[in-house]
Design a protein around this ligand. Sequence first.
Ligand code: TYD
Ligand code: MG
Length: 461
Amino acid sequence: MARDNAVYACQACGAVHAKWAGQCSACNAWNTLVEEVSVRPPGALAPTKGARRQGLAFETLEAETPEPPRIPTGIEEFDRVCGGGVVPGSAILLSGDPGVGKSTLLLQVTAQAALRGASVAYISGEEAIEQIRSRAGRMGLAQAPVKLAAETSLRDILEALKREHFDLVVVDSVQTLWSDALEAGPGSVAQVRACAGELVRLAKKRRTAVVLVGHVTKDGQVAGPRVVEHMVDAVLSFEGERGYPFRILRAGKNRFGATDEIGVFEMGDSGLREVRNPSALFLGEGGERAAGAAVFAGIEGSRPVLVEFQALVAPSAYGTPRRAVVGWDSGRLAMVLAVLEARCGLGFGDRDVYLNVAGGLRINEPAADLAAAAALASSALETPLPQGCVVFGEISLSGEVRSVGRMELRMREAAKLGFDQALAPAAAVDGSPLAVSGVARLAEAVRRIGDDAWVRRGVKA
Ligand code: TYD
Ligand code: MG
């Protein structure tokens, strides 16, 4: 029989329901509702007897609030994504697929911060001390004065953190923690929410920066890190495409910095290596670029990044042509294909289309439209783009090529890496270090690509 104060929490999305149901009405997942006893903190909403009510005092927006000081960890790519170092007393969630390298990254971050004089603790509920030690040894970090513990009991962790002050504490992972104040098992929504809540409170009170690791799981059996997202100051996700050594750290939410910043790492034998110049990495060895390849001059956060879009347009063997895309939005691909058909006379109705962003990066900028279109047109026309050419620009449904932000920065980066021309919005022509073929409409761009003379002129001697 259900208890009076029982509620049902979805283990996948964290939504709380008053009644049990087979399907969560918030996220549509099946069989994820689990009974929890909701405990109202004593006197939480009840009026306090006898106590004089203070009322609400309003403040002004204007005040001398100094910029929060930062703890630089020494891993620059990590610091930049955090907004210039970790803010004392902040709570950060680092989420990612199992095996992507979260523990490795945080071990390096804590070790480097400790070597720079910060007092740092690394608490693991997933690995034994021996395992962490041997990993640190392999990465050459055994000398770093990091305080290490293997513990899953929230009570013991809180006690230790109250006894001794730390600047930075990593808890790996939040799903392994359990509080003896709750009946629910470790990894359930109730446990994850309660444990994260306690640690965030401690972070604020003791001005200890706390980094919580959260696994992203798809099956819904273990509470996803989603329930923690609204409690923390920053949500960082660590991503990597299967089969590539590159790892991207992205800020999805950040109360102390920009959210479009990325950090780039490469996983090697001795841990993660910071990649200071991602363009060189994503462009690969160079060599001759074939038909279907277009180099996109993009911006990720504050940094320009050059990546190659690769398209293959081939006759379809079956009735329904295939569309497959890696690293870009499939809806956006459908739109670009439709504009190419309707405004430029390139037909894809009986052809398979594959589009791939090289290197495992995911591109979200609308500025990539023209690069994708150029790659597709180049493959369809079987004409390579000029070798030293970069492409950027947004495409509208009417077939116009619109200008995009920070065009000069994009072209300067391209020039630095040896490119000498750009296929870009007409507005990019002024003061560019490159020879710009400015186009106002996508049809013009497609004509240029099909024009052998333009292509040959662009080939460097
Ligand atoms: P890990 O940090 O344990 O992942 P997570 O904490 O996100 O689950 O990293 C696991 C993977 O990283 C594992 O497949 C091995 C690989 N790895 C290396 O390739 N080189 C290294 O130096 C280390 C430490 C790990
Ligand atoms: Mg781990």
